[in-house]
Design a protein around this ligand. Sequence first.
Ligand code: PMP
Length: 296
Amino acid sequence: MGVSFDKIDGVIWYDGKLVPWQDANVHVLTHGLHYASSVFEGERAYGGTVFRSREHSERLKRSANILDFEIPYSAAEIDAAKQLVIDRNNLPDAYVRPVAWRGSEMMGVAAQTNTIHLAIAAWNWPSYFDPAEKLKGIRIGLADYRRPDPATIPALAKAAGLYMICTISKHKAEREGYADAMMLDWQGRVAECTGANIFFVKDGKIHTPIADCFLAGITRATVIDLAKRRGLEVIERRIMPDELDGFSECFMSGTAAEVTPVSEIAKWKFTPGRISAQLMTDYTAEVQPKGKQAAA
Ligand code: PMP
């Protein structure tokens, strides 16, 4: 195990100021901790620039609004703060984690007047790109928990409370020797993984579930766009698990996962191939800061 995340050297942006890493703390009576009134983002900087920074900042603000609070910074201010964090910590290739939460003024279900806090941390996370290694694909299991009905929880927010079932499911998958788990939705249809979206390939066409009860990833949108630019057809539709036998390739998409081929989901097998490889390469080119893009 590496250094514990509360012990890293560096600075964290906290409510408008840069503070020493180990001083970026909250009180135990924080609403966010007890009632999950917390939203966050996961982003990546490549070559000193956060990929799709504005979209992530806007999604963060939207997630907060869904949880009935307002982050007291504009998307432009959040973008600037993220840039400051990666610059001051000298982290050109980093994972960037903004988190916003309700503070401690009221300690009960209602927390109408609680202060809204925002912190932004970043840590070193280079993107290792060894296509041959990645193309072997990862093995993932099938989660017992399902993505909930959007009528029961704000399913489209990137909110801490939605991740309780992801952590339980990923732990179980890891105990079973898998790298991750795929989750079905509340109606038993294929949904996504615990921190990434999922795609399949059949007869040269790409199929992915409709993102109406789980996070529609920014990487997912990027991959759909890249595929279309290659002239590939992308079909967003309902996918039942018994169809998985008919797909040749499978890959995951997410800020952390980027494009990661999948070779196995429980009893279903896939062979990472041409389309997964193409989209891995295209995604790597796409995330490079504009103006620094390597010649294709
Ligand atoms: N689904 C879940 C549950 C996630 O946590 C993530 C990662 N944020 C994604 C999908 C992919 O989203 P993105 O591409 O915006 O990182």
